[in-house]
Design a binder for this molecule. Structure first.
Ligand code: HEC
Ligand code: HEC
Ligand code: HEC
Length: 349
């Protein structure tokens, strides 16, 4: 675009590098702490299971274990944790990455939870792992824009070194959109086009990462923002994370900080097998290992598949036609189509 030494080019390259390091740091930390966290969670579970007699006892234990966890997270003896918490190194890890601070959670006093004859409030800790869920820098739209710009900055560098250039991806059958202008036309793209473009732009940037011997960038949950932050999770949305948490819509075990025990539901048999290899629960010999079958057996509210989440909307919105449109865009489409079919075709037909 401008040449390698141009400040704009330098800035884009710097943005890419910072994305890269933020991602890498988050990933390493996330993987590494997994096993230790699971063992602690299991012990916690045992503690809570024994406490059924009185709410006061329960609260005391909960507080105790939370204090312990907090201490563990803050003072645990790990090198990276020390590095994150050093002054001036805050930029290394996005706020909320484990090791940088304690488990993250949202307390929902109005959402009651049945615990063997007791009622307690709900706690959602999903954001302990989904660290970027409410961060608008981590929306696909924003990342697509940053990566698309990065391709041009990279090409300036490659051109100067007479190396083969990257190809900025285009959208099929949208001849009106030029190379480099796709992210700017985001609002006019379908969901499928957005996803295809996003994958293509990541792949293209990764060609460069590979050439330079750097680790590939990978953008997926739990390191992405929530879809449609204006409507869900965002602090100015009608369903802010701080008051609605996650399990109100998604179901799942909000208290857990392990992938399997949080009751993620695999979409297919293939995904189940894949997840079982990737996320099995290593209890470090303290308790029997957990897998998706045992988790399903113990969990009363397994997570709804993403395509079924709207089933949860009617808990609060008893008339789904009221939410068919949000800021001019269609919303709650699945539930409204279902209602339409039910009313017009019925069950007997
Ligand atoms: C231990 C970390 C962890 C916790 C805790 C966690 N998640 Fe996840 N979540 C992940 C990971 C990792 C993925 C990506 C899984 C994959 O595709 O391999 C994911 C994926 C998802 C997805 C997409 C699933 C799909 O089928 O594509 C949803 C929805 C989700 N999480 C919701 C939640 C909710 C709601 C909670 C709280 C009840 C939660 N998560 C707690 C790590 C976590
Ligand atoms: C008000 C309801 C609502 C709340 C609250 C909510 N979500 Fe969602 N979530 C949805 C809906 C609906 C979708 C599907 C949106 C779409 O595909 O456009 C979704 C999608 C997702 C996805 C992406 C799944 C995929 O297909 O890749 C993840 C991950 C996720 N939610 C996690 C969370 C987490 C973590 C929280 C809590 C911080 C949360 N959600 C809170 C309604 C909600
Ligand atoms: C826990 C209760 C709860 C659940 C579950 C819930 N909502 Fe809401 N929703 C609310 C509340 C409360 C408001 C109003 C917020 C306000 O007035 O600021 C709202 C507002 C909205 C609005 C804005 C309405 C307007 O007039 O613009 C839309 C759209 C919406 N919800 C869609 C959904 C969808 C889709 C789902 C399921 C994926 C869902 N909601 C699940 C409580 C909920």
């Amino acid at each position: 675009m401008h040449g390698e030494e141009h400040p704009a080019t330098k800035e884009k390259l710097a943005t890419l590098e910072s994305l890269e390091s933020r991602y890498a740091v988050a990933k390493v930390e996330y993987d590494r702490l997994q096993d230790l966290m699971v063992a602690i969670e299991e012990q916690k579970k045992h503690l809570t299971q024994d406490v059924t007699s009185a709410q006061r006892d329960l609260d005391a234990v909960v507080k105790e274990r939370d204090d312990a966890l907090k201490k563990y997270a803050e003072y645990g003896n790990t090198l990276t944790r020390g590095i994150y918490n050093m002054p001036l190194n805050d930029f290394l890890a996005p706020k909320g990455v484990r090791g940088r601070n304690e488990i993250k959670q949202v307390v929902l006093p109005d959402v009651r939870l049945e615990l063997n004859f007791l009622q307690s409030y709900s706690v959602d800790r999903c954001m302990t792992c989904h660290v970027a869920i409410d961060d608008k820098n981590f929306t696909k739209q924003n990342l697509a824009r940053e990566l698309e710009e990065a391709i041009f900055a990279i090409n300036d560098k490659l051109a100067k070194e007479r190396r083969r250039l990257l190809t900025p991806p285009l959208i099929e059958n949208r001849e009106d959109i030029e190379a480099g202008g796709v992210a700017a036309a985001w609002e006019t793209l379908t969901d499928a086009q957005r996803d295809t473009f996003f994958d293509a732009v990541v792949k293209e940037v990764n060609k460069f990462q590979k050439m330079e011997g750097r680790p590939e960038l990978e953008f997926r949950q739990p390191l992405l923002a929530h879809p449609d932050l204006d409507l869900y999770v965002g602090s100015s949305s009608p369903h802010p994370m701080s008051s609605m948490g996650c399990t109100t819509c998604h179901e799942g075990n909000g208290e857990e900080t392990d992938f399997v025990l949080a009751a993620h539901t695999p979409k297919s048999h293939e995904e189940r097998h894949h997840w079982e290899e990737k996320y099995y629960v290593n209890t470090a010999g303290i308790l029997p290992e957990q897998n998706f079958y045992t988790a399903e057996h113990h969990c009363e509210r397994p997570m709804l598949l993403p395509q079924h989440v709207e089933a949860g909307c009617t808990k609060c919105h008893t008339t789904p036609t009221d939410i068919a449109v949000h800021e001019g865009e269609p919303a709650a489409t699945v539930i409204n189509e279902g209602r339409f079919l039910f009313e017009n075709v019925g069950c007997v037909n």
